[in-house]
Design a protein around this ligand. Structure first.
Ligand SMILES: [Fe+2]
Length: 313
């Protein structure tokens, strides 16, 4: 545990929650803007732990946007109708914006089901997001099963791959397509032409190289917005995809966050996959609110000149 004394005289702690992912921040009120020194400490902890949980926060949507904006510009969501008052705030819930508990077939709930597949947020963009921030407003009671958020560390998952699999994956790109959510969940109403045109399918390397980490490599893929892998037949791509989905779920790469009310959880979409852990939608209410920090670059792959130079190729 690190105890951080602030120049204001108050203090907070940062404590790892597992060996592979995550730290808990206790005693820091993030409804106030962070001074530069504290912001630098939080950025460092985020880079080191990939996921931070700030406990016991009291935030309105404005506060959530203000906190998130300290880390970069925010994304605006591809479809209308998912926001509360702010277009940067995404309503992640099985409860309507007016507070009604929704049936399992409601599209809002189906989106939550789709989020149960391992994924990284906004990978359907040319420049996928840097981080997501999720605030727990209504969470499941302690005795309930599921309802948490699972994370898997793609740096660790890449490092543990057999050499043959590393070589096989090196030249590959996956298709990421927002519209493909409909293929996985056909009952969701269609997107407008305008929404579809704004988000055409993109491809990203399956191995991601991280210039901010000495060109370290990670896996980078998603299972909630596409299956196709460039250079493979659909069947080959799907088989590889199934293998990867199974592989990233191995417990040695994973940490599962159990939500407490007023948790604010921030994670790095560049190096983690995440998924919503199943729960009884009909029995329990769950309301979270999300912002997404935009990425500032396309995904670097192993054949980029900088990546090749760093690898001595
Ligand atoms: Fe997500």
């Amino acid at each position: 545990m690190s105890l951080i004394e602030q120049s204001s005289g108050s203090s907070f702690t940062i404590s790892p929650v597992s060996d592979v992912i995550g730290a808990e921040v206790v005693g820091l009120d993030v409804s106030q803007s962070l001074d530069p020194e504290t912001l630098a400490i939080i950025r460092d902890a985020f880079q080191q732990h990939h996921m931070l949980c700030f406990r016991e926060q009291t935030l309105e949507d404005d506060d959530l946007v203000a906190f998130s904006s300290q880390f970069g510009p925010l994304e605006v969501y591809p479809e209308k109708g998912h926001t509360k008052d702010k277009i940067e705030v995404y309503h992640v819930a099985n409860v309507s914006l007016s507070g009604d508990h929704l049936p399992a077939e409601d599209p809002t709930v189906i989106y939550q089901r789709n989020n149960g597949r391992w994924h990284t947020d906004s990978s359907y963009r040319y420049e996928p997001s840097l981080a997501s921030i999720l605030y727990g407003i209504e969470v499941l009671p302690d005795e309930a099963e599921g309802g948490g958020t699972g994370f898997s560390n793609m740096l660790a998952a890449y490092a543990a791959l057999p050499d043959g699999m590393k070589a096989k994956l090196e030249p590959l790109h996956q298709v990421h397509s927002y519209a493909d959510i409909r293929r996985l969940e056909p009952s969701i109403p269609p997107m407008s032409e305008e929404e579809r045109d704004a988000f055409p399918p993109v491809t990203h390397p399956v191995l991601r190289v991280h210039p901010d980490r000495d060109y370290q490599r990670s896996l980078y893929f998603t299972s909630n917005t596409s299956l196709e892998i460039g250079g493979m037949t659909l069947e080959e791509g799907k088989a590889l995809h199934r293998w990867l989905v199974d592989y990233v779920g191995h417990p040695e790469f994973c940490y599962s966050h159990r939500w407490r009310k007023n948790d604010l959880v921030m994670w790095d979409n560049r190096v983690l996959l995440h998924r919503a852990i199943k729960y009884d939608f009909a029995r329990y209410r769950r309301v979270l609110r999300r912002t997404t920090i935009a990425g500032d670059a396309t995904v670097m792959g192993p054949f980029w000149p900088e990546a090749r130079a760093a690898a001595g190729a």
